[in-house]
Design a protein around this ligand. Structure first.
Ligand code: URA
Length: 469
C-alpha cells in the first residue's frame, strides 16, 4: 500500500494525483492522508518535477471544475474519491462523468452539490458588523460553513465589498481583505467576531427592501434559511410580517407591471447545460433573449484559446464585428492590437470577447452607428460572457470600458477611479479596469489622445505583468 500524505488542498492533491497516475498506482493501492505540516506536503519532495511528465493524459475540464469544488468537501475520503474517478477517466472510461448511476460518480455529484449549496449559503447568510479600530472602521463577520469553502468563496466577498476592510472568521480558516490584498489565517473562535450590533437595523431595512413577495415560497425559505444561521441574521425576525403582507403586495405589483408592460419580450439566453466554448458559440447564434438580435447579422462570440490566461472583455460588437462574426476586428480592434503589442502581449494569447453579443445600431444615412444597449439588454445578455469566463477561468481579466467594468464589479465601477489596480473578482484573481479603445478613437484633441493611449498601454502592461507573476 502506497501512502500519500498531502496538504488538504486541491493544488497539493493535483500534484500528487498526476504523479500517482504517471506511476500507474491504482486507487486500491493508495492510502491518502492529510498533513497540516508547516513544511508542506510530506509527499511533495519526491514529486518535484514530475507533474509535467504526467501531461500525456488530458483531464476533462468538467472534472477539474468539479474536483476543485469537491476538494473543499469536509469528508477526508474526498481525495481517494477524486483519484478513483481520475484513474477511471484515464483508463478507458473518458465518459465516466455522464454515468450518473455509477456509485463513485453519484457520490462525486452529491458532494459537489453539497459544496455548491454551502458556497451559496455563505454568500447569502454571512453578515458583516462594523467595529472601530484605531486606524478606522473595520468589518468582521463570523460564519460556520459546513465545508472548507472560505478560500474558494473569499474572492466573491472581495468583489462585493472591495472598498471595505474586513475579516471573515470561521472555525477552519479566516480571510482578511485590507482593500488591496486578500490573506488567509487559521480558523478562529466566535469570540473574535464583533459583538457590536449597531448595524442590525440596517440589515433589516436592506432585507425588507430586497424581499420579493411574488417569490414567496415558505417551504423553500425554511429549507434555504436553516435555523442554524438565524443567530447571524437580524432580518429573520421580519419574516412573519413580510409573509403577512406578501399577498396584497403581489396584487399591487401585478397591477403596476400590467400598466407598464414592456412592448418587447425578454427571455432567457439558451446557455447549454454543459457549456464548452464551441457549444456556447453555437448556442449564442440561437439567442433571442432580447430584441437586439433582430437587427444584427449574427451573434459575435469570443475568440481565442480555450485555456487563455488572459481575457479581454469589451462592450459589444461594432459594425465590422457584426459583419465578420469576430470580436475586435474593426478600428477599435486595430488600436487594441497595437496597444497589446506595445504592452508585450500578443492578441493570439488572449481570449477577446464582449459583454453584449449582438451589434445594436441606429441608421445614420447609409451608416450603422453604434447604439448603447439598455441596462436590461445588458443584464439579459451577460449570462453569455459570464459562462465564457467560468469556462475559461482566466488568471487575468481586463475590462475594456464601463460596460465590462460594471458587469464585473457592479454599477458603481468607474474607469478613472478604478483603473490601474489589479483586484480579485468573481471571474479572475487579477482583474483590471481600463478605458475602451473606442473612447480613444473618439478623442478630438491629438495631445490628449496620445496621453490617453499611453495610459491605456500602461494598464495593459500591468495586466501582462500580472500574467508572469
Ligand atoms: N468594441 C467592443 O467593445 N467590442 C468589439 O468587439 C468591437 C468594438
Amino acid at each position: 500500500m502506497q501512502q500519500l500524505a498531502i496538504e488538504p488542498t486541491f493544488a497539493a492533491w493535483r500534484v500528487a494525483a498526476r504523479t500517482a497516475l504517471h506511476e500507474h498506482w491504482p486507487p486500491t493501492d493508495l492510502c491518502w492522508e492529510e498533513t497540516h505540516s508547516a513544511q508542506g506536503s510530506l509527499f511533495a519532495p519526491s514529486l518535484a518535477g514530475s507533474p509535467a511528465q504526467a501531461g500525456e493524459f488530458r483531464v476533462p475540464r468538467a472534472f477539474v471544475e468539479i474536483a476543485r469544488r469537491v476538494a473543499c468537501h469536509r469528508a477526508p475520503e474526498r481525495w481517494s474519491l477524486l483519484y478513483g474517478i481520475l484513474w477511471r477517466l484515464a483508463h478507458g472510461e473518458p465518459h465516466l462523468l455522464q454515468l450518473a448511476s455509477d456509485p463513485l460518480v453519484a457520490r462525486l455529484t452529491e458532494w459537489d452539490k453539497a459544496v455548491r449549496r454551502d458556497v451559496h449559503k455563505m454568500r447569502a447568510f454571512l453578515r458583516f458588523k462594523a467595529v472601530r479600530r484605531p486606524e478606522g472602521e473595520y468589518w468582521v463577520a463570523w460564519f460556520e460553513p459546513e465545508h472548507l469553502i472560505v478560500e474558494m468563496n473569499a474572492p466573491f466577498f472581495v468583489d462585493r465589498f472591495a472598498q471595505m476592510r474586513w475579516s471573515i472568521f470561521t472555525p477552519d480558516r479566516s480571510a482578511h481583505w485590507n482593500g488591496e490584498r486578500l490573506q488567509f489565517t487559521p480558523g478562529a473562535s466566535r469570540r473574535e467576531a464583533a459583538t457590536d450590533d449597531a448595524l442590525e437595523d440596517l440589515w433589516r431595512v436592506y432585507y425588507g427592501s430586497i424581499f420579493n413577495p411574488a417569490r414567496l415560497k415558505l417551504d423553500a425559505m425554511r429549507a434555504e434559511m436553516p435555523q442554524r444561521y438565524w443567530p447571524n441574521l437580524p432580518e429573520a425576525e421580519l419574516i412573519p410580517q413580510l409573509v403577512r403582507e406578501a399577498e396584497p403586495r403581489v396584487e399591487a405589483m401585478q397591477q403596476v407591471s400590467a400598466a407598464r408592460a414592456p412592448r418587447e419580450e425578454f427571455g432567457t439566453p439558451p446557455i447549454p447545460a454543459h457549456p464548452t466554448l464551441p457549444a456556447l458559440h453555437e448556442a449564442m447564434q440561437q439567442c433571442r433573449a432580447c430584441p437586439i438580435y433582430r437587427d444584427a447579422t449574427q451573434a459575435v462570440p469570443g475568440e481565442g484559446p480555450a485555456d487563455a490566461k488572459i481575457v479581454l472583455l469589451g462592450e459589444q460588437p461594432g459594425d465590422q464585428e457584426d459583419r465578420q462574426g469576430r470580436p475586435f476586428v474593426g478600428p477599435a480592434g486595430l488600436l487594441l492590437d497595437r496597444a497589446l503589442a506595445e504592452a508585450g502581449l500578443e492578441r493570439a494569447q488572449c481570449y477577446a470577447t464582449n459583454t453584449v453579443k449582438h451589434f445594436k445600431w441606429e441608421p445614420r444615412g447609409k451608416r450603422r452607428l453604434h447604439a448603447r444597449a439598455s441596462p436590461r439588454e445588458i443584464a439579459v445578455c451577460q449570462a453569455w460572457a459570464e459562462t465564457e469566463l467560468r469556462v475559461i477561468r482566466p488568471r487575468v481579466l481586463v475590462c475594456l470600458g464601463a460596460t465590462a467594468a460594471q458587469f464585473v464589479f457592479g454599477r458603481d465601477a468607474r474607469i478613472e477611479r478604478d483603473r490601474g489596480q489589479l483586484r480579485a473578482s468573481a471571474y479572475a484573481p487579477r482583474t483590471l479596469v481600463t478605458t475602451h479603445p473606442s473612447a480613444l478613437l473618439r478623442m478630438a484633441d491629438e495631445a490628449a489622445k496620445e496621453a490617453a493611449y499611453a495610459r491605456f498601454v500602461a494598464d495593459l502592461r500591468m495586466a501582462a505583468g500580472a500574467l508572469d507573476r
